[in-house]
Design a protein around this ligand. Structure first.
Ligand code: GLC
Length: 485
């Protein structure tokens, strides 16, 4: 069905099934910033805003914001840059980055992601630094040849598809530091920095070029979109008509007279005063980032955050394995979230209609850092044994429960079976579930051993024929389940 450039038509289009069924994608933040691979260490992204609001954007843990951070004198990044690269501008990282690609093997990445159990890959094609990972034919009027001569996007797209995964792309539509070179310090600066002038035509031409060349199945824009709704809806309709399996995320806030006011410094300061006040009064406001809803999107994108309950609207949480998306040279094993946390958050999301877009931040030469590789392998091992409860599954009527000894439980369902996932490492031959409402025939996914599921007063009891051995996140499928609630 042809989609027309109006909200009714855009919003009437059904979410392509593959995206809901896939559940697990890999995000890749890789670029010139992977060479310095450095950021301040105030904690996570929201800690930077809590602890040092007036220069938080330059004190971010995100290494991909390095080009901005070094513009703000006195920050750890500015000092690191001076000590290691002297007066060299950020642009000087281009040649070494391209030279360092000689051993990069897109096929090896794609196999790694497939073996981790991912079903799609979203590559950053242009981050806030404006540097393009494909040889764009759209001329950047502000910075000559600000792109990779090697077609990184094309090589990865082919390799990912050859491995049987869907390929999507990220594009920083709202921020481009080759167009707007002002140093950014505060939230007001950040969201008010959408470039004007020729940038809107540039971004439109680039995203259309990306769609035509690489036929992405996911269009993952960041921050905002530098045009009005009329242009945006045309873009969406053209994209959907070219890519029947395509999905778009929710970070497409358009330019309005209100957003243009933030181009004035005094308006940004006014915004900051109010925002600081809001943060102070709402401590929960900064537990991760949840972009506000927009008139049209296929899924929402909480960042280092999750939605707390089953959401009818599809969503996808995203995070780096440490506090940064881009590789950080100073991240040691202890700076990475444990596998159990990442997997537990993933399964919590799946039980509530969420996907996970887990980020990989490779080193400049394409090496995937050991702690990240280890986590990908653990995901792969778990999903090989238990993927039945995840791929193609839907939320059940209830997302959460808890065992008698306090272990969180999450549910999914598929083809009449209910999957009970214990977010802990239970051992032994019995699990007692508080507020249990289930009975039926069960089996442990990992070894297909039978489980007897019956009610005892207010509780559901699961009796294992083959005792659980303390592995993390075992899954019990309950077929012909009678939900007695
Ligand atoms: C953000 C950031 C960024 C990262 C991203 C991923 O808004 O600015 O560095 O690419 O979103 O969700």
């Amino acid at each position: 069905m042809t989609v027309t450039p109006d909200l009714d038509s855009l919003n009437a289009r059904a979410l392509p099934r593959w995206y809901d069924e896939a559940k697990f994608g890999i995000f890749i933040h890789w670029g010139l910033f992977s060479i310095p691979a450095f950021a301040a260490r105030l904690g996570n992204i929201t800690d930077a805003f809590k602890k040092d609001y007036d220069r938080a954007v330059a004190m971010t843990p995100y290494t991909e914001w390095y080009a901005n951070a070094i513009k703000v004198a006195g920050t750890p990044s500015a000092e690191f840059h001076r000590a290691n690269y002297g007066d060299a501008p950020y642009e000087a990282f281009k040649e070494p980055f391209l030279a360092g690609l000689k051993n990069w093997d897109a096929a090896a990445w794609a196999e790694t992601f497939r073996d981790a159990g991912a079903k799609y890959v979203v590559l950053v094609t242009k981050h806030h630094d404006g540097f393009c990972l494909w040889p764009s034919a759209v001329e950047n009027p502000k910075q000559k040849n600000w792109f990779s001569s090697r077609d990184i996007v094309g090589e990865l797209a082919r390799a990912v598809r050859a491995a049987g995964l869907k390929f999507g792309l990220y594009y920083s539509g709202g921020i481009d530091w080759s167009f707007n070179r002002e140093p950014l310090r505060t939230m007001g600066d950040f969201i008010g920095s959408v470039p004007g002038g020729r940038y809107s035509a540039y971004a439109d031409a680039q995203i259309r070029e990306l769609i035509a060349r690489y036929e992405p199945s996911v269009l993952w824009n960041d921050i905002s979109w530098p045009a009005d709704e009329r242009h945006l809806f045309h873009l969406f309709a053209d994209y959907y008509n070219a890519a029947p399996d395509g999905v778009v995320n929710d970070r497409w806030r358009t330019v309005t007279w209100k957003s243009k006011l933030l181009r004035f410094k005094f308006m940004r300061r006014r915004f900051d005063t109010r925002y600081k006040d809001y943060i102070a009064k709402n401590p929960k406001a900064l537990e991760g980032i949840v972009p506000p809803p927009v008139p049209h999107s296929d899924f929402r994108t909480p960042e280092y955050a999750k939605l707390p309950a089953i959401s009818a609207k599809k969503w996808e949480s995203t995070r780096g394995m440490s506090h940064s998306f881009g590789f950080n040279r100073n991240d040691a094993e202890a700076d990475y979230a444990p596998f159990e946390t990442l997997l537990g958050d993933f399964l919590d999301g799946v039980s509530k209609n969420g996907n996970l877009l887990l980020n990989v931040g490779p080193e400049a030469d394409g090496t995937i850092p050991t702690p990240q590789m280890a986590r990908l392998k653990s995901f792969g091992a778990w999903l090989r044994a238990n993927g039945e409860a995840v791929y193609g599954a839907r939320p059940w009527t209830q997302a959460e429960a808890v065992t008698a000894d306090g272990m969180p439980v999450r549910f999914t369902q598929k083809n009449g079976a209910i999957y009970l996932i214990v977010l802990g490492s239970p051992s032994g031959s019995e699990i007692r579930l508080r507020n249990g409402t289930l009975e039926g025939n069960g089996r442990v996914l990992a070894d297909e051993s039978p489980v007897n599921v019956h009610l005892e007063g207010e509780d559901t009891i699961l009796n294992f024929v083959s005792p659980l051995k303390g592995e993390f996140a075992p899954v019990i499928a309950i077929e012909s389940a009678k939900s007695v609630s």
